[in-house]
Write a protein that binds this ligand. Sequence first.
Ligand SMILES: Cc1ncc(C[n+]2csc(CCOP(=O)(O)OP(=O)(O)O)c2C)c(N)n1
Ligand SMILES: [Mg+2]
Length: 387
Amino acid sequence: MPKGTITLESIETLSILDEHGHVDEKLLPKLTPEELLKAYRFMLFGRRLDEQAMRYQRQGRIGTFGPNIGQEAAQVGSAMALADQDWFIPSFRELGVWLWRGLSTQAYFMGHMGFEDASTNLKGAGNLPMAVPVATQCCHAAGIAWGIKIDKKKAAAVVYFGDGATSEGSFHEALNFCGTMHLPAVFFCQNNQWAISTPLKKQTASGSLAQKAVAYGVKGVQVDGNDVFAVYVAAQEALERARNGKGATLIEALTFRKSVHTTADDPTVYRTIEEERLWESKDPLSRFKKYLESKNFLNEKKNHELEEKIAQEIKQGYEKAEEFRNSNPDPLSYFDYVYERMPAYLQWQKETAQSQCMGRNMIKGATEAAVAGSGAAAVGQLEEAAD
Ligand SMILES: Cc1ncc(C[n+]2csc(CCOP(=O)(O)OP(=O)(O)O)c2C)c(N)n1
Ligand SMILES: [Mg+2]
């Protein structure tokens, strides 16, 4: 066999809105001013919600979470392209997509207070719960995409994951399966440059993450993930391809995790201020705001009003979530959402946990009674708890 070369498919790149707010008119998608302002509102809402949630977390009012700050264009831009019939298969950092898909602020806070009841907010829609085990959701997406194909539905399964996830087996297995079976899936990688403290250059020797698509026979695209227009166009094209039986796409959205990995992380110990400054100048929200102002769709007064409305909505959402917590909801309800019919072993676990909770509540009641000065009541409650 003579020497030859295998020509690999090239990878498209896309950028429409630059960091100064200037656009490439030829590539600009057709969106009305209302649609543009809606996108901006969701991006701003996601950022402010994360900022406020961070304060609540520091005050001990909610549990840990991974902020989406800096990734708003990647999230809202892709969410805008999703249709109701498409499946949203998230990792743990997709606040913008959740909000776009209808998650209420109250449900968001309830979820971070640990109440499964929050999940019922979006019951019935094609949204999977958050997946913390890195990349496992890629396999769920492959299964869903296969189901869509078998049912001959005009829909797609869209899975979100990070740069770190591309080093996991699940990502490769799922991409291979979707390529081989020609499935309607969109693999949306938010390359935010870091996987906790592991930088991209220690994650892969590839020149891009998008090019990993080539090996699996699916289309690969790399977009400026801080450019809401480029993300929207790339996601829309990938979704159309999937829904029309043309197979899967891997989109790499180049972005930056501006904040902490989660509330338990401190990035100052592993990354430089210079890197953060560089990405600050590429911020997705400020470039979109500049564009909207240049078109007179937005001005400082309108923006201020929007900020006030958002702050109010976040406050009200939190207050409703706290009301729910104070209404003594069943802390064991999370057992109820795993299976349609609870298996015996889980029923047993629930009952065991229930009796332990009751014991703890009685001890808590006794402590409160003791603090309030009612010694007899405290002793009575402690005896009951010991029984
Ligand atoms: C299978 C597995 N391994 C390790 C972890 C711990 N962990 C949680 S998030 C994370 C990094 C993920 O990085 P990336 O995929 O880039 O997503 P990002 O957090 O940047 O959004 C790791 C290693 C985990 N949750 N699951
Ligand atoms: Mg990452």
